[in-house]
Design a protein around this ligand. Structure first.
Ligand code: ATP
Ligand code: MG
Length: 426
């Protein structure tokens, strides 16, 4: 045997006990999105590099140092998408989905960022994201937030906190940026290297710094909330009213600025204290300028993205158990004729009882190892077939979870007696 090839650092296989949790999250999210009238779209993983430079912003961490970018054989620069919003907007524009129309869309899949891998932070990670395009009203912001809150409820995820802020319009934000730059320049001696680098290019991001030595200075920085334009202020108040009415609790975080350049007005983040420093599980906001930035007509929009790995980790902590065992019925056959009959029986049962999980033991082994596997499968019954059963046109039914004795009967009788309650297909 040669060397085993290792996976790429920061990119995980999702299997074993995790797989059912992922499935559970997918199903719940799909159900919630449907309940609010959002349509699913599936988009490519590769896009032109230009798309992300123009949307996320050239001066962000993602575009500066985290993208997986390569030159295709024809000379085009392509990038593995680091997030979904830019792709959703691109898809709307390239398919003409916004011509006099609004769109409410959701999508999910892998994203790629070359970050330092650690628990909850990977180089291939997965997001569920929702976007509503064409709606300027506060109800759109509130509805999206309500969808995420509903999802936590459905997944029994507790102790997550919703943090809100408003970034205002680009104009009010630019005016605030000037004040902020003045303040940080006056406090330059306190700034760390990262913040100094941001000072000229993106001073808002300094507010986001987790460096403990900066916190006192940051607490005294001018607050964005005091410099919002009137319309943004009214919009933000309306979002809060709607959340209050819906019974969704939130806290104000005036320093929440988000790492992507395209946000305007409402921004929010769901955070938890259970995942160490990878505390954000879902984040988003309004991005009224992005569609124009990507070549479309003026279209207000709002959206969020949820980190699947982090939410699955919370589900695991709240002891979400895999939904039941892998099997209901386990078919055990000994001998060629019995295997042929048993195979047909298993097919008949799956047809007759939709959703019934019937496992046919594929290994052509003896009775004992098959029964051991039947027991481990968690199935309620083993159906055993040997030459005798075949000759009599019967099966042996062995209850695996009770002390009831093994019984012989025709397959129909088993279905009638033991499975009727499961809702038979006519
Ligand atoms: P963080 O502050 O943790 O870096 P972010 O602000 O970069 O998050 P977004 O770009 O808003 O995150 O992506 C939305 C969600 O995707 C985040 O809230 C988080 O749950 C998840 N996420 C982001 N980056 C990663 C990653 N490298 N690995 C796993 N999940 C991630
Ligand atoms: Mg990040």
């Amino acid at each position: 045997m040669g060397d085993v090839i290792q996976p790429v650092r920061g990119m995980n296989d999702i299997l074993g006990e995790d797989a059912p949790l992922w499935e559970r999250l997918d199903c719940s999210a799909a159900g919630v999105f449907k309940a609010y009238g959002y349509d699913r779209v599936r988009l490519p993983v590769l896009e032109r590099t230009e798309l992300f430079k123009r949307s996320i912003g050239e001066l962000t961490d993602i575009v500066e140092k985290e993208m997986y970018t390569f030159i295709d054989r024809n000379g085009d620069s392509l990038t593995m998408r680091p997030e979904a919003t830019a792709s959703v907007v691109r898809a709307c524009l390239s398919n003409g989905l916004l011509h006099n129309r609004q769109q409410k869309l959701w999508t999910s899949g892998p994203m790629f960022r070359r970050e330092k891998p650690q628990k909850g932070r990977y180089r291939q990670f997965h997001q569920l994201s929702v976007e509503s395009l064409g709606y300027a009203e506060a109800e759109a912001d509130a509805e999206l937030i309500a969808m995420s809150a509903r999802l936590w409820k459905e997944l029994e995820i507790e102790r997550v906190e919703l943090q809100l802020n408003s970034l205002g319009t680009p104009e009010s934000r630019n005016r605030y940026k000037v004040l902020l730059t003045e303040y940080f320049t006056a406090n330059q001696d306190v700034l760390d290297a990262d913040s100094l680098r941001r000072l000229e290019r993106n001073p808002l991001r300094i507010l986001d710094s987790k460096n403990p030595t900066l916190q006192a200075m940051l607490a005294d920085a001018p607050s964005l909330a005091d410099h919002l334009d009137d319309e943004s202020k009214a919009h933000f108040e309306q979002v809060q009213t709607l959340l209050n009415d819906a019974g969704i609790a939130y806290t104000m975080n005036p320093r929440l600025v988000r790492g992507l350049d395209y946000y305007t007005r409402t921004v929010f983040e769901w955070v938890t204290d259970k995942l160490g420093s990878q505390s954000a599980i879902c984040s988003g906001g309004r991005y009224d300028g992005l569609v124009v930035q990507l070549g479309g007509r003026d279209t207000p929009a709002v959206g969020w993205a949820l980190g699947i790995e982090r939410v699955v980790e919370l589900m695991r902590m709240s002891e979400w158990k895999a939904a039941g065992s892998p099997a209901d019925i386990y078919v055990v056959c000994v001998g060629a004729a019995a295997r042929r009959t048993g195979f047909a029986h298993a097919e008949w049962l799956r047809t007759k009882f939709p959703g019934l999980r019937v496992v046919f033991d594929l290994a052509n082994a003896g009775l004992k190892p098959q029964l051991r596997r039947a027991d481990r499968s968690g199935a309620e019954f083993a159906l055993i077939l040997g030459d005798d059963e075949c000759a009599a046109k019967e099966v042996s039914v062995k209850p695996l979870r009770t002390d009831e004795p093994q019984e012989r009967m025709p397959l129909h009788a088993f279905a009638e007696k033991r499975l009727r309650s499961r809702g038979q297909k006519p």
